[in-house]
Design a protein around this ligand. Structure first.
Ligand code: KG4
Ligand code: ZN
Length: 387
């Protein structure tokens, strides 16, 4: 297979990222400019601000990725960019820049689905470690701020195909982490903060009712031509996290935690880059127990449903990827439960679990080989499906 150095560009949410990856198996450079500090005072991503920050950052970030890779604009073989899903205005910045580069340099342009990128982060790092023996079928859980999706991933000819066998009916798992952290006055993004606080609380202190999914999904995302008749009756493993978020809210109200939450919120606003000790000093036992119990409930639900899906579809390998895959308890629980089931579980390293452009450049490589190039008039798709 021919070698190719692909420049990846990712601007779907609040990270402006560029990377050079060789042949889908070697990260040559990987630059991520995070906007977290800018969105923090608002308690979440502000889409207009995100687009503006991407505009400012895109040129220096791409330059840095090329410089760190010892490449120039003209020495890379193709330009890959996230088409969606994500924030439309944010995606447009990366896409416009990628199109301009591809046009000016006369290089192939490759459009990549962000979720496919998360799956290829695992493949990229396994190849980089020399592991070429991944067994199929593969089940991939993509668990991030916007998605909690289960895909059966298969290699077909040179490309990949994905069958969705589960998704969240409401909030994504990362979204639940972010909303609960916001509700508890812990700041944004919630996942990393809750991850660090949870070991200091008792995960059995508060019990949450398991998520109930009683009816078929009325918002069927699949078009009439997407799935053949057989697939409609394949078992599904959907998730739901808005109930647990509401249960946390109710707990806060019943236990009159509002005043302490407000004082924590205000105190944290006054500290730049608060450390774990700062958070711990501001959290009483009740709050730490609530945080630990919330995380345990989410982790148990994610692991339980994913392993049930793995058994039903008799998969040989499990991938867990996306921002929430950085979570310590999630990793540990998946590793233990996977081992009990004799199922190998793979995660990306933490830097490649959250949004980055190396995963986009890696996912682009099979498309490069298949000459699956994007036309110059392709556009951003905020809710692009993966198949
Ligand atoms: O994949 P990602 O960087 O962006 C999206 O595609 O959404 O995921 C971001 C999400 C946020 O919701 C963030 O709170 C969550 O991943 N996250 C975590 C951790 N690190 C990031 N959730 C739990 N534990 C973590 N350590
Ligand atoms: Zn992501």
């Amino acid at each position: 297979m021919p070698d190719a150095n692909i420049l990846g560009i990712e601007t779907s949410c609040d990270e402006t990222a560029a990377a050079v990856v060789r042949s889908g198996e070697q990260v040559v450079s990987n630059v991520v400019a995070s906007q977290i500090a800018m969105h923090q005072p608002f308690g979440g991503v502000v889409p207009e601000l995100a687009s503006r920050e991407h505009l400012k950052a895109i040129v220096p970030v791409v330059r840095q990725a090329l410089a760190e890779a010892n490449h120039t604009y003209s020495s890379v073989d193709a330009i890959a960019v996230t088409q969606g899903p994500g924030l439309a205005g944010a995606l447009m910045v990366g896409i416009s820049y990628a199109k301009a580069l591809a046009f000016a340099l006369d290089k192939p342009l490759i459009a990549v689905n962000h979720l496919e990128g998360h799956i290829h982060a695992v493949l990229l790092e396994e190849r980089q470690k020399g592991n070429r023996d991944l067994q199929f079928p593969v089940l991939a859980l993509v668990v991030s701020g916007g998605h909690t999706h289960l895909y059966l991933a298969a290699q077909k000819n040179q490309g990949w195909t994905y069958e969705n066998i589960g998704h969240t009916r409401d909030d994504a798992a990362g979204e639940a982490f972010d909303k609960v952290a916001k509700l508890l006055g812990l700041g944004y993004p919630g996942g990393p903060i809750i991850d660090r606080l949870a070991p200091h609380g008792d995960p059995t202190a508060v019990t949450f009712p398991p998520a109930q999914i009683k009816h078929r999904d009325r918002r069927d995302h699949r078009g009439p031509n997407d799935v053949d008749e057989m697939d409609k009756d394949r078992p599904r493993f959907d998730f739901s996290y808005s109930g647990i978020k509401t249960a946390v809210l109710r707990y806060v109200e019943i236990h009159e935690m509002r005043p302490s939450i407000e004082s924590r919120r205000n105190a944290l606003l006054g500290i730049s880059g608060p450390k774990l000790e700062d958070y711990l000093a501001m959290c009483d036992k009740k709050t730490l127990d609530l945080v630990a119990s919330f995380q345990r409930a989410i982790v148990e639900d994610l692991v339980g449903k994913t392993l049930a899906a793995a058994r039903t579809y008799d998969v040989a390998t499990l991938f867990v990827t996306g921002g929430v895959a950085a979570n310590n308890e999630l990793r540990k629980t998946f590793e233990q439960s996977g081992a009990e089931d004799g199922l190998p579980v793979y995660f990306p390293s933490r830097p490649l679990s959250t949004d980055n452009a190396a995963m986009i450049a890696a996912a682009a490589y099979p498309k490069f080989l298949a000459k699956d190039f994007a036309p110059m008039d392709f556009s951003a798709e905020a809710s692009l499906a993966l198949r």
